[in-house]
Design a protein around this ligand. Structure first.
Ligand SMILES: [Zn+2]
Ligand SMILES: [Zn+2]
Length: 143
């Protein structure tokens, strides 16, 4: 199943005339299989053994390319480093306050909140973020 996703992603890169280098392929493969919303640094650490010449900046540049063509979503959390999410379909996140783990969950998009915000404030709303915080099962058992 993730093999299909990888092929589909490669198709989209080709369509956008993005060259598929071995590193780019590896970053994409890692992202598709990671359920953890990794940072650029996580990806770099996971792949540096395979690509000794690769730098964090290379990883970051690849992620930026993926983001620009809509393959990944960048989640920024204040000054903490950005996390990257391959699943670009609409979903919400629950975040562990103890270890920082981010887990996806599906819930119907709260479009009515957006329309209410538009109506009340006169803003043209582009999107919203909603995050749930708590303690993950792993952290709950070790504390
Ligand atoms: Zn946790
Ligand atoms: Zn996610």
């Amino acid at each position: 199943m993730s093999e299909d996703k990888l092929q589909e992603a490669i198709g989209r890169l080709k369509h956008a005339s993005v060259r598929i280098t071995p590193q780019r392929h590896a970053v994409l493969d890692f992202l598709i299989n990671a359920k953890s919303h990794p940072t650029a640094d996580d990806i770099y650490k996971a792949l540096e053994g395979k690509f000794p010449n690769m730098s964090v900046a290379t990883v970051y540049n690849n992620l930026r390319v993926f983001r620009e063509i809509g393959l990944v979503r960048e989640l920024t959390y204040g000054d903490a480093s950005s996390r990257f999410d391959y699943n670009t379909s609409k979903h919400y996140h629950v975040i562990c306050e103890s270890c920082g783990k981010i887990v996806d969950f599906d819930y119907p998009s709260l479009d009515e909140v957006e329309s209410l915000a538009e109506k009340v404030t006169g803003f043209e709303v582009s999107h919203h973020r909603m995050e749930i915080y708590g303690t993950c099962p792993d952290c709950k058992t070790t504390h």
